[in-house]
Design a protein around this ligand. Structure first.
Ligand SMILES: [Zn+2]
Length: 511
């Protein structure tokens, strides 16, 4: 930890006075993304991992506000589906016998579960696990709530923390032991078809969430061997992070069928008076969404926050000159109040430090727009506007400025999304030549689509060819299936066993 504190010593700050070089201690994003990522989370007051427990961090003020915006987007979408999702909150502790009931889940999580064995000094009769996911906490309760088909569909979600004992190296926001921000939705239906419909709704919700964040994604059906324990199938949202070009699983959607309802006895009376087990789906996303915002919209100067999640949309920096301080401050104050009244999330920076340092401070934190007001601007009845994502300064007449700023925020939102998407698209490559595919992945150029038979043994043989190579699954197939127009490819052969096949599969490196 001494390394980080060393950077903060006053001596170093005092040394660096030149405007362009003020305090910028971020590693180069292109050549050293991992370090850049850790540093920006720390320097921009997003999350501090110096807590004395591996894989656990502290959300700081600025990060907490970004997290809050992220959750607002999520809640708004889930609360407002035609049949709304009801937000609930279940206990963190799950009794061992209840957790062990669903064998597949146990198998999937046994190496990752934290156990509570004592209450004070007394050993517990039944050990308690800290939820690694909440199916086994929720379903016994839901079994008490659902009686008839009239209770269906039931759509619920919770946003809570989860604990997973990650053996691999932990990584801020991406691989942690306390997942602080896990949104898990659980839905209950009368039929298989209703479940499929729900999967479609979930996909649309996730698309809306990631689009709002300006985060590009691929939708992939996971291989059988990488499906959520107990689920019929799993659909994943993967984002290929820039600079490393590795896939980050950003969200998953599971069709659980009747596996869990049979285990936990979630039955209902059907319309014709019979008993049946409910059909279920569940879908989750975590703080990895915030990791993606940081990764996709950063540069060597810091963050570039999309306005949808920016705690501050506009910062006003007064340009002070001798004997004009009071005039400038008055105009800045009035303008601040005006913007606030118009509903902008605005901050007036009145701190006693150089303007250069102020610029640096807000650039690092990714504030989308900086407004500068100095004596000359007051004379000309204008403001100077600088956007974070594109270089340059514009002078805007005061009476046109509200509309201008409002349009500019919209423009920044779209242009951040567009440029992230353009870059993301370039990282996906399709080829029938396995050697070419492996070379592409080996050179960290992104994700490749190859013809493949779907057999696990074949996948293993291919994965062995390259360290870290992984089968992500089938591109977008679920949508085609749901729309009943599966497009069959012609004259393609599995990259390993050479059997004629109909589909391409995605392979690549992932987090
Ligand atoms: Zn094969």
């Amino acid at each position: 930890m001494s390394k980080k504190t060393a950077k903060k010593t006053p001596k170093k700050v005092a040394k660096k006075t030149s405007k362009s070089k003020i305090q910028n201690t971020l590693p180069d994003i292109e050549t050293n993304f991992g370090e850049w990522f850790n540093e920006i989370l720390f320097q921009a007051d997003i999350i501090d991992y110096r807590y004395n427990l591996k894989g656990c961090g502290v959300w700081k003020g600025y990060g907490f506000k970004i997290r809050r915006k992220y959750l607002e987007i999520m809640r708004d979408l889930l609360d407002n589906t035609p049949i709304p999702h009801e937000e609930m909150l279940f206990p963190l502790l799950i009794p061992e016998d209840q957790f062990m009931k669903e064998k597949e889940t146990v198998k999937g999580f046994e190496s990752e579960v934290y156990w509570v064995t004592h209450g004070g000094l007394t050993p517990l009769d039944v050990k308690l696990c800290l939820r690694p996911t909440s199916e086994t906490a929720m379903y016994p309760m839901v079994a008490k709530w659902i009686r008839s088909h009239q209770d269906l569909p039931l759509k619920t979600y919770q946003i809570a923390n989860m604990f997973r004992f990650e053996g691999k190296n932990t990584r801020p926001l991406i691989r942690v032991r306390e997942i602080t921000t896990f949104k898990e939705a659980h839905t209950y239906h009368e039929s298989k078809e209703d479940c499929s419909e729900q999967i479609r709704e979930a996909v649309e919700i996730y698309k809306d969430i990631f689009d709002s964040l300006g985060v590009p994604y691929l939708i992939t059906q996971r291989p059988k061997w990488d499906t959520f324990p107990g689920a019929d199938y799993t659909i994943a949202f993967d984002s290929i992070l820039p600079h490393t070009n590795k896939a980050l699983q950003n969200g998953t959607i599971h069709n659980l069928g009747q596996t869990f309802s049979k285990t936990f006895d979630i039955k209902f009376e059907t319309a014709d008076g019979n008993q049946d087990y409910v059909y279920q789906t569940c879908y989750g996303i975590s703080e990895r969404g915030i990791a993606s915002i940081v990764a996709f919209h950063g540069d060597n100067f810091g963050l570039k926050l999309p306005p949808t999640v920016a705690p501050i949309e506009i910062v006003i920096v007064p340009i002070l000159f001798k004997n004009k301080e009071d005039d400038v401050m008055k105009v800045c104050n009035d303008y601040y109040k005006k913007l606030k009244k118009e509903g902008f999330k605005v901050r007036l920076d009145t701190r006693k430090m150089s303007t250069g340092r102020k610029y640096f401070h807000w650039e690092l934190r990714g504030v989308p727009i900086r407004v500068e007001i100095g004596p000359k601007d007051i004379e000309k009845n204008q403001i100077a506007v600088v956007r974070r994502d594109v270089k340059g300064k514009n002078f805007i007449p005061n009476d046109e400025s509200i509309k201008y700023l409002s349009n500019l925020l919209e423009d920044i939102q779209q242009s951040l999304h567009k440029s992230a998407k353009k870059r993301h698209d370039e990282l996906i490559f399709r080829t029938n030549d396995l050697e070419e595919a492996i070379d592409f992945v080996d050179k960290n150029k992104g994700i490749v689509e190859i013809p493949f038979c779907g057999e696990e043994e074949c996948a293993e043989s291919i994965e062995k060819r390259l360290d870290g190579l992984k089968f992500l699954g089938i591109p977008d197939r679920y949508l085609l299936v749901l729309n009943k127009r599966v497009k069959k490819e012609k004259d393609i052969f599995c990259s390993h066993c050479m059997k004629p096949v109909t589909q391409y599969w995605r392979i690549g490196k992932s987090y």
